[in-house]
Design a protein around this ligand. Structure first.
Ligand code: HAM
Length: 426
Protein backbone atom coordinates (compact mmCIF):
# COMPACT_ATOMS: atom_id res chain seq x y z
CA UNK A 1 0.00 0.00 0.00
CA UNK A 2 1.22 3.49 -0.78
CA UNK A 3 2.11 5.42 2.35
CA UNK A 4 1.24 9.04 1.69
CA UNK A 5 3.37 11.77 3.26
CA UNK A 6 3.01 15.54 3.58
CA UNK A 7 4.57 17.50 0.71
CA UNK A 8 8.15 18.65 1.29
CA UNK A 9 8.32 21.87 3.29
CA UNK A 10 4.87 21.43 4.86
CA UNK A 11 3.90 19.79 8.14
CA UNK A 12 0.98 18.60 10.18
CA UNK A 13 0.37 20.38 13.42
CA UNK A 14 -0.79 17.70 15.82
CA UNK A 15 -3.01 18.21 18.89
CA UNK A 16 -0.09 18.32 21.36
CA UNK A 17 1.18 21.35 19.43
CA UNK A 18 -2.08 23.02 18.44
CA UNK A 19 -2.59 23.89 22.11
CA UNK A 20 0.48 26.12 21.84
CA UNK A 21 -0.71 27.55 18.53
CA UNK A 22 -4.11 28.42 19.97
CA UNK A 23 -2.45 30.09 22.93
CA UNK A 24 -0.26 32.20 20.62
CA UNK A 25 -3.22 33.13 18.42
CA UNK A 26 -5.33 34.06 21.44
CA UNK A 27 -2.56 36.20 22.94
CA UNK A 28 -2.06 37.99 19.61
CA UNK A 29 -5.79 38.70 19.42
CA UNK A 30 -5.79 40.09 22.98
CA UNK A 31 -2.65 42.19 22.66
CA UNK A 32 -3.49 43.55 19.20
CA UNK A 33 -6.92 44.61 20.47
CA UNK A 34 -5.23 46.62 23.24
CA UNK A 35 -3.61 48.66 20.47
CA UNK A 36 -6.88 49.11 18.57
CA UNK A 37 -6.14 46.73 15.68
CA UNK A 38 -9.03 44.98 13.92
CA UNK A 39 -8.81 41.73 12.02
CA UNK A 40 -8.95 41.48 8.24
CA UNK A 41 -9.11 38.23 6.23
CA UNK A 42 -7.99 38.12 2.62
CA UNK A 43 -7.92 35.20 0.15
CA UNK A 44 -5.10 32.69 0.17
CA UNK A 45 -4.43 33.41 -3.51
CA UNK A 46 -4.30 36.68 -5.41
CA UNK A 47 -3.57 37.83 -8.94
CA UNK A 48 0.15 37.23 -9.50
CA UNK A 49 0.56 40.81 -10.71
CA UNK A 50 -0.22 42.12 -7.21
CA UNK A 51 2.87 40.45 -5.75
CA UNK A 52 5.07 41.31 -8.74
CA UNK A 53 4.30 44.98 -8.26
CA UNK A 54 4.14 44.91 -4.51
CA UNK A 55 7.13 42.85 -3.42
CA UNK A 56 9.62 43.72 -6.18
CA UNK A 57 10.66 41.66 -9.20
CA UNK A 58 14.27 41.28 -8.11
CA UNK A 59 13.53 39.81 -4.71
CA UNK A 60 14.07 36.09 -4.01
CA UNK A 61 10.37 35.74 -3.25
CA UNK A 62 9.33 36.89 -6.70
CA UNK A 63 12.18 35.46 -8.74
CA UNK A 64 12.22 31.96 -7.32
CA UNK A 65 9.79 31.28 -4.49
CA UNK A 66 6.26 31.83 -5.74
CA UNK A 67 3.62 29.15 -6.08
CA UNK A 68 2.03 30.40 -9.27
CA UNK A 69 -0.63 28.64 -11.33
CA UNK A 70 -3.26 29.28 -13.95
CA UNK A 71 -6.90 28.61 -13.19
CA UNK A 72 -9.25 27.03 -15.70
CA UNK A 73 -9.87 30.36 -17.37
CA UNK A 74 -6.15 31.01 -17.75
CA UNK A 75 -5.92 33.62 -14.98
CA UNK A 76 -2.47 33.92 -13.46
CA UNK A 77 -2.78 33.40 -9.72
CA UNK A 78 -0.29 33.00 -6.86
CA UNK A 79 -0.59 31.54 -3.38
CA UNK A 80 0.23 34.50 -1.15
CA UNK A 81 3.88 34.56 -0.07
CA UNK A 82 3.14 37.29 2.51
CA UNK A 83 0.24 39.37 3.77
CA UNK A 84 1.09 43.03 3.25
CA UNK A 85 0.39 43.42 -0.48
CA UNK A 86 -2.96 41.66 -0.10
CA UNK A 87 -3.99 43.82 2.87
CA UNK A 88 -3.16 46.97 0.90
CA UNK A 89 -5.14 45.63 -2.07
CA UNK A 90 -8.15 44.93 0.18
CA UNK A 91 -7.78 48.32 1.88
CA UNK A 92 -7.91 50.10 -1.49
CA UNK A 93 -10.64 47.91 -2.94
CA UNK A 94 -12.93 48.47 0.04
CA UNK A 95 -12.30 52.23 0.10
CA UNK A 96 -11.47 52.13 3.77
CA UNK A 97 -9.73 55.44 3.59
CA UNK A 98 -13.11 57.10 3.14
CA UNK A 99 -14.30 55.51 6.37
CA UNK A 100 -11.32 56.12 8.63
CA UNK A 101 -8.22 58.31 8.34
CA UNK A 102 -6.04 55.69 9.97
CA UNK A 103 -6.58 51.95 9.49
CA UNK A 104 -5.04 49.49 11.94
CA UNK A 105 -5.49 45.98 10.60
CA UNK A 106 -4.18 42.59 11.62
CA UNK A 107 -4.33 39.22 9.90
CA UNK A 108 -3.29 35.63 10.25
CA UNK A 109 -2.99 32.64 8.01
CA UNK A 110 -0.83 30.40 5.88
CA UNK A 111 1.75 31.85 3.48
CA UNK A 112 3.60 29.99 0.76
CA UNK A 113 7.19 30.30 -0.43
CA UNK A 114 9.17 27.77 -2.40
CA UNK A 115 12.21 27.96 -0.13
CA UNK A 116 14.77 25.32 0.78
CA UNK A 117 13.21 23.73 3.87
CA UNK A 118 15.22 23.63 7.09
CA UNK A 119 14.55 24.05 10.81
CA UNK A 120 12.14 26.99 11.15
CA UNK A 121 11.79 27.41 7.39
CA UNK A 122 8.87 25.86 5.54
CA UNK A 123 7.13 26.15 2.20
CA UNK A 124 3.79 26.56 3.89
CA UNK A 125 4.19 28.58 7.05
CA UNK A 126 1.90 30.76 9.13
CA UNK A 127 2.11 34.42 9.91
CA UNK A 128 0.29 36.80 12.17
CA UNK A 129 0.85 40.36 11.02
CA UNK A 130 -0.39 43.90 11.34
CA UNK A 131 -0.49 46.92 9.06
CA UNK A 132 -1.14 50.56 9.90
CA UNK A 133 -2.24 52.52 6.85
CA UNK A 134 -2.26 56.30 6.84
CA UNK A 135 0.34 57.12 9.50
CA UNK A 136 3.69 58.66 8.63
CA UNK A 137 4.71 59.66 12.14
CA UNK A 138 7.71 57.97 13.72
CA UNK A 139 5.52 57.19 16.73
CA UNK A 140 3.63 54.68 14.60
CA UNK A 141 6.81 52.73 13.78
CA UNK A 142 7.53 52.60 17.49
CA UNK A 143 3.99 51.60 18.38
CA UNK A 144 4.11 48.49 16.20
CA UNK A 145 7.52 47.56 17.62
CA UNK A 146 6.10 48.10 21.13
CA UNK A 147 3.15 45.89 20.27
CA UNK A 148 5.42 43.12 18.99
CA UNK A 149 7.48 43.35 22.17
CA UNK A 150 4.33 43.39 24.34
CA UNK A 151 3.06 40.29 22.58
CA UNK A 152 6.32 38.34 22.93
CA UNK A 153 6.53 39.29 26.60
CA UNK A 154 2.91 38.19 27.13
CA UNK A 155 3.87 34.79 25.71
CA UNK A 156 6.75 34.58 28.18
CA UNK A 157 9.47 34.47 25.51
CA UNK A 158 12.94 35.36 26.70
CA UNK A 159 16.21 36.50 25.14
CA UNK A 160 14.79 38.27 22.12
CA UNK A 161 16.50 41.27 20.57
CA UNK A 162 14.94 44.08 18.56
CA UNK A 163 17.16 45.16 15.67
CA UNK A 164 16.36 48.30 13.72
CA UNK A 165 17.76 50.15 10.74
CA UNK A 166 16.70 52.68 8.13
CA UNK A 167 16.86 51.83 4.44
CA UNK A 168 16.09 55.38 3.28
CA UNK A 169 13.56 56.57 0.75
CA UNK A 170 13.26 57.29 -2.96
CA UNK A 171 15.59 60.26 -2.54
CA UNK A 172 18.46 58.75 -0.57
CA UNK A 173 18.20 55.06 -1.58
CA UNK A 174 19.98 55.62 -4.93
CA UNK A 175 22.83 57.35 -3.07
CA UNK A 176 23.07 54.45 -0.62
CA UNK A 177 23.17 51.97 -3.50
CA UNK A 178 25.89 53.91 -5.30
CA UNK A 179 28.02 54.15 -2.15
CA UNK A 180 27.71 50.38 -1.67
CA UNK A 181 28.52 49.66 -5.27
CA UNK A 182 31.59 51.84 -5.34
CA UNK A 183 32.80 50.29 -2.05
CA UNK A 184 32.30 46.70 -3.21
CA UNK A 185 33.10 47.17 -6.90
CA UNK A 186 36.82 46.38 -6.58
CA UNK A 187 36.10 43.10 -4.80
CA UNK A 188 33.21 41.97 -6.91
CA UNK A 189 35.03 38.89 -8.20
CA UNK A 190 35.64 37.74 -4.64
CA UNK A 191 31.98 37.83 -3.64
CA UNK A 192 29.58 34.86 -3.89
CA UNK A 193 27.34 34.36 -6.91
CA UNK A 194 24.26 35.71 -5.10
CA UNK A 195 26.10 38.90 -4.13
CA UNK A 196 27.39 39.37 -7.68
CA UNK A 197 23.83 39.09 -8.99
CA UNK A 198 22.50 41.45 -6.35
CA UNK A 199 25.24 43.94 -7.15
CA UNK A 200 23.36 44.70 -10.36
CA UNK A 201 19.75 44.06 -9.37
CA UNK A 202 19.44 44.89 -5.69
CA UNK A 203 22.77 46.00 -4.13
CA UNK A 204 21.26 46.75 -0.72
CA UNK A 205 20.49 43.06 -0.27
CA UNK A 206 24.21 42.26 -0.43
CA UNK A 207 24.29 43.42 3.20
CA UNK A 208 22.13 40.44 4.08
CA UNK A 209 24.65 37.88 2.78
CA UNK A 210 25.56 35.32 5.44
CA UNK A 211 28.50 33.85 3.52
CA UNK A 212 31.57 34.30 5.80
CA UNK A 213 33.87 34.77 2.79
CA UNK A 214 31.80 37.72 1.56
CA UNK A 215 31.64 39.10 5.07
CA UNK A 216 35.42 39.58 5.05
CA UNK A 217 34.98 42.12 2.27
CA UNK A 218 32.25 44.01 4.11
CA UNK A 219 34.63 45.33 6.77
CA UNK A 220 34.57 49.12 6.62
CA UNK A 221 31.29 49.29 4.67
CA UNK A 222 29.91 52.81 4.45
CA UNK A 223 27.37 53.42 7.20
CA UNK A 224 23.92 53.72 5.58
CA UNK A 225 22.72 56.11 8.26
CA UNK A 226 25.36 58.68 7.26
CA UNK A 227 23.97 58.73 3.71
CA UNK A 228 20.30 59.14 4.66
CA UNK A 229 18.52 62.30 3.53
CA UNK A 230 17.55 64.85 6.20
CA UNK A 231 13.95 63.60 6.39
CA UNK A 232 14.94 59.91 6.78
CA UNK A 233 17.64 60.82 9.29
CA UNK A 234 15.27 62.77 11.51
CA UNK A 235 12.59 60.05 11.20
CA UNK A 236 15.09 57.39 12.28
CA UNK A 237 16.22 59.62 15.10
CA UNK A 238 12.61 60.09 16.28
CA UNK A 239 11.90 56.35 16.18
CA UNK A 240 14.90 55.76 18.45
CA UNK A 241 13.78 58.58 20.76
CA UNK A 242 10.34 57.02 21.13
CA UNK A 243 11.84 53.58 21.72
CA UNK A 244 13.98 55.06 24.47
CA UNK A 245 10.99 56.88 26.00
CA UNK A 246 9.09 53.59 26.08
CA UNK A 247 12.19 51.83 27.47
CA UNK A 248 12.27 49.32 24.66
CA UNK A 249 15.75 47.91 24.26
CA UNK A 250 17.00 47.83 20.67
CA UNK A 251 20.14 47.58 18.61
CA UNK A 252 20.81 49.62 15.52
CA UNK A 253 21.98 47.04 13.00
CA UNK A 254 23.37 48.86 9.94
CA UNK A 255 23.34 45.60 7.99
CA UNK A 256 19.66 44.93 8.48
CA UNK A 257 17.94 45.11 5.10
CA UNK A 258 14.80 43.15 4.35
CA UNK A 259 13.91 40.60 1.71
CA UNK A 260 11.02 42.64 0.29
CA UNK A 261 11.53 45.74 -1.83
CA UNK A 262 8.67 47.87 -0.54
CA UNK A 263 10.37 49.14 2.62
CA UNK A 264 11.27 52.77 3.17
CA UNK A 265 12.87 54.35 6.24
CA UNK A 266 12.50 52.11 9.30
CA UNK A 267 13.02 48.35 9.07
CA UNK A 268 13.17 46.06 12.06
CA UNK A 269 13.42 42.43 13.10
CA UNK A 270 12.99 40.57 16.35
CA UNK A 271 15.82 38.07 16.60
CA UNK A 272 16.15 34.98 18.74
CA UNK A 273 19.41 33.24 19.56
CA UNK A 274 17.53 29.94 19.66
CA UNK A 275 16.47 29.59 16.04
CA UNK A 276 19.77 28.73 14.35
CA UNK A 277 20.19 30.21 10.88
CA UNK A 278 16.53 31.25 10.64
CA UNK A 279 16.83 33.59 13.60
CA UNK A 280 14.20 36.21 12.70
CA UNK A 281 10.99 35.55 14.54
CA UNK A 282 9.36 38.77 13.39
CA UNK A 283 10.10 41.30 10.67
CA UNK A 284 8.61 44.51 9.44
CA UNK A 285 9.01 48.16 8.73
CA UNK A 286 7.66 51.21 7.00
CA UNK A 287 6.50 51.13 3.38
CA UNK A 288 5.50 54.65 2.35
CA UNK A 289 5.33 53.98 -1.41
CA UNK A 290 3.45 50.69 -1.60
CA UNK A 291 -0.10 52.03 -1.44
CA UNK A 292 0.59 54.33 -4.36
CA UNK A 293 2.50 51.60 -6.18
CA UNK A 294 -0.63 49.45 -5.99
CA UNK A 295 -2.84 52.15 -7.48
CA UNK A 296 -3.86 54.13 -4.38
CA UNK A 297 -3.02 57.57 -3.08
CA UNK A 298 0.38 58.46 -1.62
CA UNK A 299 -0.19 57.06 1.85
CA UNK A 300 2.44 56.15 4.44
CA UNK A 301 2.18 52.76 6.16
CA UNK A 302 4.02 50.51 8.57
CA UNK A 303 3.63 46.95 9.82
CA UNK A 304 5.19 43.63 10.74
CA UNK A 305 4.56 39.90 10.67
CA UNK A 306 5.84 37.09 12.82
CA UNK A 307 6.11 33.41 11.98
CA UNK A 308 4.00 31.12 14.15
CA UNK A 309 6.24 28.09 13.56
CA UNK A 310 9.22 30.03 14.86
CA UNK A 311 7.36 31.41 17.88
CA UNK A 312 6.16 27.92 18.81
CA UNK A 313 9.69 26.54 18.34
CA UNK A 314 11.07 29.08 20.82
CA UNK A 315 8.28 28.29 23.28
CA UNK A 316 9.20 24.62 23.09
CA UNK A 317 12.92 25.37 23.46
CA UNK A 318 12.20 27.56 26.48
CA UNK A 319 9.87 24.95 28.00
CA UNK A 320 6.91 27.30 28.02
CA UNK A 321 3.83 25.21 28.66
CA UNK A 322 0.21 26.27 28.42
CA UNK A 323 -2.85 24.76 30.05
CA UNK A 324 -4.32 22.05 27.90
CA UNK A 325 -8.12 21.96 27.68
CA UNK A 326 -8.96 18.47 28.95
CA UNK A 327 -12.25 16.92 30.01
CA UNK A 328 -13.15 17.59 33.63
CA UNK A 329 -14.98 14.36 34.20
CA UNK A 330 -15.17 10.86 32.75
CA UNK A 331 -18.53 9.11 32.79
CA UNK A 332 -17.84 5.41 33.37
CA UNK A 333 -20.92 3.25 32.65
CA UNK A 334 -20.41 -0.41 33.49
CA UNK A 335 -22.64 -2.54 31.33
CA UNK A 336 -24.93 -1.69 28.46
CA UNK A 337 -27.86 -0.54 30.58
CA UNK A 338 -25.86 2.28 32.13
CA UNK A 339 -24.57 3.65 28.83
CA UNK A 340 -27.76 5.52 27.90
CA UNK A 341 -28.00 7.13 31.33
CA UNK A 342 -24.32 8.13 31.22
CA UNK A 343 -24.78 9.57 27.71
CA UNK A 344 -27.61 11.79 28.99
CA UNK A 345 -25.40 13.01 31.87
CA UNK A 346 -22.44 13.68 29.56
CA UNK A 347 -24.59 15.73 27.19
CA UNK A 348 -26.21 17.68 30.05
CA UNK A 349 -22.78 18.53 31.49
CA UNK A 350 -21.46 19.70 28.11
CA UNK A 351 -24.51 21.92 27.64
CA UNK A 352 -23.84 23.48 31.01
CA UNK A 353 -20.25 24.21 30.00
CA UNK A 354 -18.46 21.35 31.75
CA UNK A 355 -16.08 19.40 29.44
CA UNK A 356 -17.07 15.75 29.79
CA UNK A 357 -15.92 12.46 28.24
CA UNK A 358 -17.66 9.11 28.36
CA UNK A 359 -16.16 5.64 28.08
CA UNK A 360 -18.82 3.30 26.65
CA UNK A 361 -16.33 0.50 25.95
CA UNK A 362 -16.91 -2.96 27.42
CA UNK A 363 -13.82 -2.56 29.64
CA UNK A 364 -14.01 -3.09 33.40
CA UNK A 365 -13.76 -0.39 36.05
CA UNK A 366 -9.99 -0.80 36.53
CA UNK A 367 -9.30 -0.12 32.85
CA UNK A 368 -11.71 2.81 32.79
CA UNK A 369 -10.02 4.40 35.81
CA UNK A 370 -6.68 3.95 34.09
CA UNK A 371 -7.86 5.82 31.03
CA UNK A 372 -9.36 8.49 33.33
CA UNK A 373 -5.90 8.97 34.82
CA UNK A 374 -4.41 9.27 31.38
CA UNK A 375 -7.00 11.86 30.39
CA UNK A 376 -6.20 13.80 33.55
CA UNK A 377 -9.84 14.25 34.60
CA UNK A 378 -10.71 15.55 38.07
CA UNK A 379 -13.64 13.14 38.59
CA UNK A 380 -15.05 9.83 37.40
CA UNK A 381 -18.76 9.09 37.78
CA UNK A 382 -19.29 5.34 37.95
CA UNK A 383 -22.64 3.88 36.91
CA UNK A 384 -23.26 0.15 37.20
CA UNK A 385 -26.48 -1.88 37.43
CA UNK A 386 -26.74 -1.30 41.21
CA UNK A 387 -26.33 2.42 40.79
CA UNK A 388 -29.04 2.45 38.15
CA UNK A 389 -31.44 0.76 40.55
CA UNK A 390 -30.55 3.14 43.34
CA UNK A 391 -30.56 6.18 40.98
CA UNK A 392 -27.31 7.14 42.60
CA UNK A 393 -23.80 6.93 41.07
CA UNK A 394 -20.32 6.77 42.64
CA UNK A 395 -18.35 9.99 42.23
CA UNK A 396 -14.61 9.40 42.48
CA UNK A 397 -12.25 12.29 43.10
CA UNK A 398 -9.17 11.35 41.09
CA UNK A 399 -6.87 13.61 43.05
CA UNK A 400 -7.70 12.33 46.55
CA UNK A 401 -9.05 8.92 45.57
CA UNK A 402 -12.13 9.57 47.77
CA UNK A 403 -15.39 8.11 46.51
CA UNK A 404 -18.94 9.07 47.50
CA UNK A 405 -22.48 8.37 46.40
CA UNK A 406 -24.13 11.20 44.48
CA UNK A 407 -27.80 10.96 43.50
CA UNK A 408 -28.67 11.33 39.85
CA UNK A 409 -30.83 14.32 40.70
CA UNK A 410 -27.92 16.18 42.35
CA UNK A 411 -25.14 15.12 40.00
CA UNK A 412 -25.19 17.73 37.21
CA UNK A 413 -25.56 20.74 39.53
CA UNK A 414 -22.86 19.37 41.83
CA UNK A 415 -20.37 18.89 38.99
CA UNK A 416 -21.08 22.29 37.56
CA UNK A 417 -20.41 23.88 40.94
CA UNK A 418 -17.15 21.94 41.44
CA UNK A 419 -16.00 22.87 37.96
CA UNK A 420 -16.65 26.56 38.50
CA UNK A 421 -14.92 26.46 41.89
CA UNK A 422 -11.87 24.70 40.42
CA UNK A 423 -11.65 27.32 37.68
CA UNK A 424 -11.87 30.09 40.23
CA UNK A 425 -15.27 31.26 38.96
CA UNK A 426 -17.99 32.42 41.32
P1 HAM B 1 9.13 38.46 6.28
O1 HAM B 1 10.36 38.87 7.02
O2 HAM B 1 9.33 37.89 4.93
O3 HAM B 1 8.18 39.73 6.23
O4 HAM B 1 8.34 37.41 7.15
C1 HAM B 1 7.97 37.70 8.49
C2 HAM B 1 8.23 36.50 9.38
O5 HAM B 1 7.60 35.33 8.82
C3 HAM B 1 9.69 36.10 9.50
O6 HAM B 1 10.34 36.88 10.48
C4 HAM B 1 9.59 34.64 9.92
O7 HAM B 1 9.32 34.54 11.31
C5 HAM B 1 8.35 34.18 9.15
N1 HAM B 1 8.77 33.46 7.94
C6 HAM B 1 9.11 33.99 6.74
N2 HAM B 1 9.40 33.02 5.86
C7 HAM B 1 9.24 31.85 6.50
C8 HAM B 1 9.38 30.46 6.13
N3 HAM B 1 9.73 30.09 4.90
N4 HAM B 1 9.14 29.50 7.06
C9 HAM B 1 8.77 29.86 8.32
N5 HAM B 1 8.61 31.14 8.72
C10 HAM B 1 8.84 32.12 7.83
C11 HAM B 1 6.96 39.74 5.62
O8 HAM B 1 6.40 38.77 5.21
C12 HAM B 1 6.34 41.12 5.63
N6 HAM B 1 5.04 41.03 4.93
C13 HAM B 1 6.17 41.65 7.03
C14 HAM B 1 5.58 43.02 7.06
C15 HAM B 1 4.31 43.35 7.36
N7 HAM B 1 6.21 44.14 6.75
C16 HAM B 1 5.37 45.14 6.86
N8 HAM B 1 4.21 44.67 7.21
Amino acid sequence: MTQYTVPRGTRDILPEETTLWQFVEQKAREVFALYNFREIRTPVFEHTELFLRGIGENTDIISKEMYTFQDRKGRNLTLRPEGTAAVVRAYLESNRRNQEPLSKLWYQGPMFRYERPQAGRYRQFHQIGCEVLGAGNAYQDTEVIAMAQHFFTALGLKDLEVHINSVGCKICRPVIKERLKSFLGDNLDNLCEDCRKRFETNPLRILDCKNPKCNDFFVGLPDISSVLCADCKSHFHDVQDYLNILQIKFKVNPRLVRGLDYYTKTVFEVISGQLGAQNAVCGGGRYDNLVQELGGPALPAVGFAFGLERVVLIMQNQNITVPDARPYILLAPLGENACGRAAVFAEALRHSGVPAEIDVSAKGLGAKLKSANKLGVAYVYILGDDELLEKCGQLKNMLTGAQEKVAFTDFAARLQKNYQQDRGEK
